[in-house]
Design a protein around this ligand. Structure first.
Ligand SMILES: [Fe+2]
Ligand SMILES: [Fe+2]
Length: 233
């Protein structure tokens, strides 16, 4: 994928990615695939996930803008601000899919505020930040590919209606993976000691993915009765 964006990854980058990024199996596991398939079968679950994605995109966007304005040099700043715009768009795009499930949701911005207070304590190092962003973008890209595969295999109309929007989001995510890969790859090549920090970021993201998996299961547990009723229809 990176080659198609003219990114030529350094050996240091390759090694970290190959050894660690998907090694914990969180987003490449059968569990993730099975859970995603289960979620997509239920409109209520689907609405929950779309809302969750919409909020996460807005939070990610807020972090990007803050870090871009504070710590990035001009070239990186331009790229990060474009990235910020894309993520804000994604937030709206995910929210716009919710009515297809027959549910409605109000997206409130409280979470974003909370996220911005958190970032004040966040490591203010731009390299560490881009390491984190890169690992998250790779996960988004891989998950969207999985979601598109499930949609393709499904004969449900509401899923088919979501396809074009998800495809558009995927294309942006691939761009995000590529430009961040270029920076990560170059920084690791210049200073191989940074690998440890990149691995820490990957570990953090993978741990969060497991938390997301548990949150989705808990949502199903908490809504088991409605999910059963929905299944009967
Ligand atoms: Fe996004
Ligand atoms: Fe992204």
């Amino acid at each position: 994928m990176l080659e198609s964006f003219n990114v030529n990854p350094s050996d240091e980058y390759r090694e970290c990615i190959e050894k660690y990024l998907t090694a914990d199996l969180s987003f490449t596991s059968e569990l993730m695939e099975g859970l995603a398939k289960t979620i997509f079968r239920s409109k209520k679950m689907m609405a929950y996930c779309l809302l969750h994605n919409s909020i996460d995109e807005a939070k990610g966007a807020a972090r990007l803008r803050l870090m871009a304005n504070r710590y990035a040099d001009d070239e990186l700043k331009q790229k990060m601000l474009r990235h910020y715009n894309d993520e804000m768009n994604h937030s709206k795009m995910f929210a716009s899919l919710i009515p297809l499930t027959g549910y409605e949701a109000e997206v409130d911005n409280n979470g974003v505020e909370e996220e911005l207070t958190k970032i004040l304590d966040f490591d203010d190092d731009i390299k560490t930040f881009i390491f984190r962003v890169h690992s998250i973008e790779v996960r988004s890209w891989r998950l969207l590919l999985l979601h598109l595969k499930i949609i393709e295999e499904s004969n449900k109309q509401y899923m088919k209606d979501m396809q074009p929007t998800i495809q558009n989001i995927l294309e942006d995510e691939m761009r995000h993976v590529s430009y961040t890969a270029q920076y990560v790859s170059q920084w690791l090549h210049q200073d191989p000691y940074l690998s440890q920090s990149f691995i820490n970021c990957i570990t953090h993201t993978n741990r969060e993915t497991w938390e997301d998996l548990s949150a989705m299961s808990n949502f199903m547990r908490d809504n088991v009765f409605q999910l059963m009723q929905e299944a009967e229809v």
